[in-house]
Design a binder for this molecule. Structure first.
Ligand SMILES: Cc1ncc(C[n+]2csc(CCOP(=O)(O)OP(=O)(O)O)c2C)c(N)n1
Ligand SMILES: [Mg+2]
Length: 274
């Protein structure tokens, strides 16, 4: 790619990217990291980048493992998973990256996977077009340390029955004959057979609902990677972008007080010589 790249410290990419996006709003800034990177060591930076809604495109490559360090469990590894650092099985439950992003009220939240280039391109394009923080979880195989982790849902021969393609304004249907759908129940959304409930009970996907509850409920539908899993855009809403709001505030103050001077500011309060 004809672009600039910056390697930052493990976990700190959202912090470095926040500075860059504020200083250079003319750039398209993409933040790329793993499940360990963004949800363990960098979990704090991720949630605040999402909360602030700064103009970043954040891609989380989720292979449910620490790959580079050769196969330790990560915060998205499934309960019971045997890894080098959980030799008799992992005791804790995993983070669901989409739920975490929605919990931080991210304004754009989507999921795609590494075996469908067309779908991935479309989701990345939507993220790029979004004003504010765009979060994309990419379900990604690690062919060395977690091979086949998403094969049960992303392989071509199972995809129709195992991936639920969310499309704005359309009823949420899946299966080779579109025989399954998603319906709303008091306890949250559930998978139903369309023939049993009737098409009018199938939830129509609306990514623009401001209340994130329905999107959150959709994010809880799947026990990834073993049951039918929604992919596509869960949420896309317009909300104030951070660096634009900060720049506007600076212009407003400058209009009132004139352009500031750093040296004067530093000496404007009592100072001490040590
Ligand atoms: C500050 C710091 N702590 C720890 C490490 C060691 N380290 C390198 S990669 C990694 C985890 C990688 O896992 P993930 O983010 O899921 O990426 P993957 O390799 O699976 O794509 C760790 C702990 C480091 N490089 N820097
Ligand atoms: Mg990983």
């Amino acid at each position: 790619m004809n672009t600039y790249g910056v390697h930052t410290i493990h976990g700190r990419a959202p912090a470095v990217a926040t500075g860059l996006a504020m200083a250079r709003p003319d750039l398209d800034v993409w933040v790329i990291g793993g499940d360990g990177d963004m949800l363990s060591i960098g979990g704090n930076h991720l949630i605040h980048a999402l909360r602030r809604n700064i103009n970043l495109n954040i891609l989380l490559f989720n292979n449910q493992i620490y790959g580079l360090t050769k196969g330790q469990f990560s915060p998205t590894s499934q309960k019971g998973k045997v890894t080098k650092s959980s030799p008799v099985g992992l005791v804790s439950r995993p983070f669901n990256p989409i739920s975490v992003a929605l919990g931080a009220e991210a304004t754009f939240v989507a999921r795609t996977h590494d075996l469908d280039r067309r779908h991935m391109q479309e989701v990345f394009r939507r993220a790029y077009e979004h004003e504010g923080s765009a979060f994309v979880e990419v379900l990604q195989n690690c062919n060395v340390f977690n091979d086949g982790v998403f094969a049960t849902i992303t392989k071509k021969d199972v995809r129709e029955d195992m991936l639920i393609d969310l499309q704005h304004g359309k009823p949420i249907l899946f299966g080779s004959e579109k025989q399954f759908g998603v319906a709303r129940r008091p306890e949250g959304v559930v998978i139903v057979e369309v023939a049993e409930v009737g098409i009018e009970y199938i939830l129509v996907h609306d990514e623009t609902i401001r209340n994130p509850s329905t999107a959150f409920s959709l994010s809880r539908l799947a026990k990834t990677p073993t049951t039918p899993t929604p992919v596509g855009v869960f949420r896309a809403i317009d909300s104030g972008e951070f660096s634009t709001s900060v720049a506007a505030q600076i212009r407003e103050v400058q209009a009132q007080l004139g352009k500031g001077d750093l040296a004067t500011l530093l000496r404007s309060q009592p100072t001490w010589e040590v």
